[in-house]
Design a binder for this molecule. Structure first.
Ligand SMILES: *Cc1c(COP(=O)(O)O)cnc(C)c1O
Length: 401
């Protein structure tokens, strides 16, 4: 480690809250699938800021849209209108087939927004008794870090010491349709779920699970909320991960890659019945729907389709997953994923994924360990076949030694 790196890390440690434990690499530049540290070392980014930079680092067209808009108008608040919002609505609605859009900033805010909307929908449309609304969520969920959200997390690190929490949530195991059916009652307003549990280690539910969930939600008048903040916008090789399941959510949450990593932009996508319950003064955000965010999101969505990043995600994901599963190593327990949302689960006897991520870093790959024994692999969707093959060589060396 050079003295510049060491000095920056020491300063961060001294002045910053210690709510993260990052790898000791200090990045100063990014382009496409690559990032460079302050000493000029280049790395292949296999995290993509938790899928916020699906379009690749510093995508030139998103950058141009951002600079152009920043020179004209950045923020009006929703007290006035701006000339970008309507275009953003039109383009994201057409792309996703949604009828109503509510723009926010962070992913957690989109989740909180959906919770507010479905509760109100439950009282006003479904007829649930006042303050009795229940939302079913999954064990090992990850939906963000705000108070409302950590209150229904099952991860002790996320919730211990932060109570008291809001009531109104019921837990079921992810992928267990019988448990979901049994948890439904007359107060159930929504089922909030990730199509693939990302932070829990890229967990894919059994085939047919989501089709059955959709059917139960429809027959019981329950709003199906899919949190596609990580899985959405091409990550899994489809525009939305729901596409793999042949279903449509009632409420879809997107964030992260909605801006290609330039700016926090999130959105709740739904129909008139659910988002229609929110009236003036009942919800909002100073920055939500601002012209800079809208211009950036429009460009981020445009390049995703224009440059066939979703198709590339499907093709390169298949190549990457096949290559990983062909690595002969007695410490690999399972390789899984969809599109470019991949994970290698190691045998617990291997001593944890962190040291393998450190070894990958030394070979020019930045990947993140999750839940102890899993290496998560999620490069920008612009990755080429040669870059996948090079990455596979590094994984093979590290996992075999
Ligand atoms: C990242 C993430 C969130 C939270 O998004 P923030 O922008 O960090 O608030 C919510 N849900 C899922 C599935 C995520 O991956």
């Amino acid at each position: 480690m050079t003295s510049t790196t060491a000095r920056l890390i020491e300063t961060e440690h001294r002045l910053g809250a210690h709510n993260y434990k990052p790898l000791d690499v200090v990045l100063s530049r990014g382009e496409g699938v690559h990032v460079w540290d302050v000493d000029g070392n280049r790395y292949l980014d296999c995290l993509s800021a938790y899928s916020a930079v699906n379009q690749g680092h510093c995508h030139p067209k998103i950058l141009a849209a951002m600079v152009e808009q920043a020179q004209k108008l950045t923020l009006t608040s929703r007290a006035f209108r701006n000339d970008q919002l309507a275009h953003f609505y039109e383009e994201i609605a057409a792309l996703t087939g949604s009828h109503k859009v509510l723009p926010m900033n962070s992913g957690a805010e989109a989740v909180e927004t959906a919770i507010k909307a479905v509760r109100k929908w439950g009282y006003e449309v479904k007829g649930v008794a006042r303050d009795k609304a229940e939302i079913i969520v999954c064990n090992d969920n990850f939906h963000g870090r705000t108070m409302g959200i950590v209150g229904f997390s099952t991860d002790p690190d996320a919730r211990e010491g932060f109570g008291p929490f809001a009531p109104g949530f019921r837990h079921v195991p992810f992928g267990d349709i019988d448990a979901f059916r049994a948890a439904i009652n007359e107060n159930t307003v929504a089922f909030l779920i990730e199509p693939i549990q990302g932070e829990a280690g890229v967990l894919i539910p059994p085939a047919g699970y989501f089709a059955a969930v959709r059917e139960l939600c429809t027959s019981h008048g329950i709003t199906l909320i899919l949190d596609e903040i990580q899985t959405g916008l091409g990550r899994t090789g489809r525009l939305l991960a729901e596409g793999h399941e042949g279903i449509e959510a009632d409420v879809t949450l997107v964030g992260k890659a909605l801006s290609g990593g330039f700016y926090p932009v999130s959105a709740v996508l739904s129909n008139t019945e659910v988002l229609g319950v929110l009236k003036p003064g009942q919800h909002g955000s100073t920055f939500g729907g601002n012209p800079l965010a809208c211009a950036i999101a429009r460009a981020a969505l445009r390049v995703l389709t224009e440059e066939d990043m979703i198709g590339n995600s499907a093709r390169m994901g298949e190549r990457f997953q096949k290559g990983l599963s062909e690595i002969r190593s007695n410490i690999v327990r399972e390789v899984r994923g969809r599109g470019l949302m991949l994970a290698v689960e190691l045998d617990p006897a291997a001593g944890g994924a962190r040291k393998y991520c450190e070894a990958l870093k030394a070979r020019g790959i930045l990947a993140k360990d999750t839940h102890g024994d899993t290496i998560r692999i999620a490069p920008p969707l612009v990755i080429t076949a040669d870059q996948v093959d090079w990455a596979l060589e590094q994984f093979e060396t590290v996992l075999r030694d």
